[in-house]
Design a protein around this ligand. Structure first.
Ligand SMILES: [Fe+2]
Length: 292
């Protein structure tokens, strides 16, 4: 039997809503909804939320939905700029990271299916993409440091102007993207150009929120990687340029300390980046690919 509801007893209202949730058959949904309800009620009480402010929040969520389509997902961006996506990803990988595995980072919206397979050592930037040379040498290993041969390594990055090829009419299709296979020693390598950082899209409701918060909107320069090998959990991560001015203020909070890297000068005006990708045993399953 619920307590009678009254304006002087918000706890009775919370108890009634939680009781209504108890009929949810799926136990995980019941648990998630109960926690969500408790935190939402506590949030509204803490800030003494007004009806007008509630409406502003609901209108914002409607705008997030309207701004989302085949080419753009404002809901993902919202989870990113609130740090929620990074929190969930790091939390889900904590056992792997405690065991010495490479820390993950968001897949993001720019990975494309069917990135071209290249030989190790290949150049992945076209002649029409000017910028400092960057040679990347990587190794895929297990938690004990044993090389993983035959692993599928996907990489993609923005140009020295901070744009992915699918955003930039001046770049060739699939520029600065490739897929490699590790050799018998777990190694892969390629030649590219040094990427630049870029802003998240700011022309939608999330951009207005960032402006209202007075926040910076940049991501530090980075290269994305996805590694897939039989017998190991798929690893999606990014390595960030520690010398980027935004290295410690990534707008989506993905640039965790263990993923910051020095792009070492090669003495000829270019740079070198060495990366180790340590995989945890498990089921190999690729994440959802956001672009064709
Ligand atoms: Fe990116």
């Amino acid at each position: 039997m619920n307590r009678p509801l009254s304006s002087s007893d918000p706890g009775a209202l919370l108890a009634a809503v939680l009781a209504a949730n108890e009929t949810t058959p799926d136990p995980r949904l019941r648990q998630v909804m109960a926690a969500g309800i408790r935190h939402l009620h506590a949030f509204a009480l803490e800030v003494d939320l007004t009806p007008a402010e509630l409406q502003v929040g609901l209108d914002f969520l409607v705008e997030v939905g309207k701004a989302t389509g085949a080419e753009r997902n404002e809901g993902i961006l919202l989870a990113d700029i609130l740090g929620l996506a990074t929190l969930v990803q790091l939390r889900s990988a904590r056992h792997s990271v405690e065991a010495g595995g490479t820390e993950p980072a968001l897949v993001g919206p720019f990975w494309r299916a069917h990135q071209p397979l290249r030989s190790n050592g290949a150049t992945i930037s076209s002649d029409t993409t000017p910028g400092p040379r960057l040679e990347v040498r990587g190794r895929v290993v297990d938690l004990d440091g044993t090389p993983v041969p035959g692993a599928r390594v996907e990489t993609w990055q923005a140009s020295p102007k901070g744009m992915y090829e699918n955003q930039d009419p001046e770049q060739e299709d699939m520029n600065l993207r490739a897929r490699f296979e590790t050799d018998a020693d777990g190694r892969f390598s390629f030649v590219s150009v040094r990427p630049a950082g870029y802003p998240v899209p700011t022309d939608g409701p999330c951009g207005r929120l960032l402006a209202a918060q007075g926040r910076k909107v940049m991501r530090p320069a980075h290269l994305h990687f996805i590694v897939l090998a039989d017998g190991f959990k798929c690893l999606a991560t990014q390595f960030f340029d520690v010398d980027d001015p935004h290295a410690y203020e990534d707008v989506v909070f993905g640039a965790v300390g263990s993923l910051l890297r020095k792009f070492e000068p090669d003495g000829h005006g270019g740079y070198r980046l060495d990366v180790d990708l340590k995989l945890e045993p498990g089921e190999a399953r690729l994440p959802h690919c956001p672009l064709p």
